[in-house]
Design a protein around this ligand. Structure first.
Ligand code: SAH
Length: 247
């Protein structure tokens, strides 16, 4: 049995209870060494075989999976559904009739919001969040360029783009965000060496360069980081909900 497990954003106690249990029971673990906290592996059985997928290609990963007779944990950073490259692995397992399941994890986008003490969805400011990346070595489909997505003026959480901050600022500004729009960078959210930059779109790339941040970071953009907003209807005393009638 193969378990795809979300390791969480970094802090060892931000894996789910289920994920931690699966690690304890695993006979084999393949973890994404570039971003998964290796401390998580301390709870593995003493005879558990451990592989770092940072040094492996897809075929090598699949060979380890095929040759495992017991419980195998494929440990991915954050939540595996976001930029996790799990679909290509699951498709091969489907084809070969190897059973698997997926255990969700706390995404770094949640870890970053916690670090910033931010709420991505503020009434009257943004009620949607766009999860995106700048076009780099991996392209983005037509119509999903940051410049196009900027038209929505929603909160944007930008993955895999810390080395492309210039492009992020330029595209979002060309797409319609004001250059003074608040932006934040969270480097290694929830890790002991987490760092935060609060800036604006105009100064984003300069500030990242000054801080030497060009990897393992999320860029968050939007007025939710600094704005007047309306109070939520959820706790409004005149707003009835399924749990609470009107006074
Ligand atoms: N599935 C992961 C994302 C994998 S893509 C998740 O849900 O978080 C890898 C990118 O995620 C990195 O380039 C970076 O942009 C972001 N990332 C992962 N862990 C991070 C962390 N602890 N702090 C900030 N960004 C992180």
């Amino acid at each position: 049995m193969v378990h795809f497990v979300g390791a969480g954003p970094g802090a060892v106690d931000l894996i789910t209870v289920r994920g931690a249990e699966l690690i304890k029971q695993a006979d084999v673990i393949i973890y994404a060494g570039s971003l998964v906290n290796p401390e998580l592996l301390k709870n593995a059985k003493s005879d558990c075989r451990i592989y770092d997928s940072a040094y492996m290609n897809l075929e090598e990963v699949m060979d380890v999976i095929r040759n495992c007779n017991g419980e195998l944990v494929r440990l991915h950073t954050g939540d595996p559904s976001l930029y996790g490259a799990i679909k290509e692995q699951m498709d091969i397992l489907d084809k070969e009739g190897i059973p698997y399941d997926v255990c969700p994890g706390v995404s770094s986008m949640a870890g970053a919001a916690a670090a910033l003490k931010a709420e991505y969805t503020l009434p009257g400011v943004s009620q949607s969040v766009i999860i995106a990346r700048a076009e780099g070595r991996t392209g983005v489909p037509q119509g999903q360029e940051l410049k196009v997505l900027a038209a929505h003026h929603s909160t944007m959480v930008i993955f895999l783009s810390s080395g492309l901050a210039d492009k992020v600022s330029t595209q979002l500004t060309e797409g319609g965000y004001d250059k003074d729009t608040p932006a934040a960078v969270v480097y290694k959210a929830t890790w002991p060496d987490e760092r935060i930059i609060r800036t604006t779109l105009e100064h984003l790339s300069d500030d990242m360069r000054k801080e030497g941040i060009d990897k393992t970071a999320l860029i968050i953009v939007g007025d939710v980081l600094d704005h007047e907003y309306e109070l939520s209807k959820l706790y409004d005393k005149d707003f009835a909900t399924g749990f609470r009638g009107k006074p």
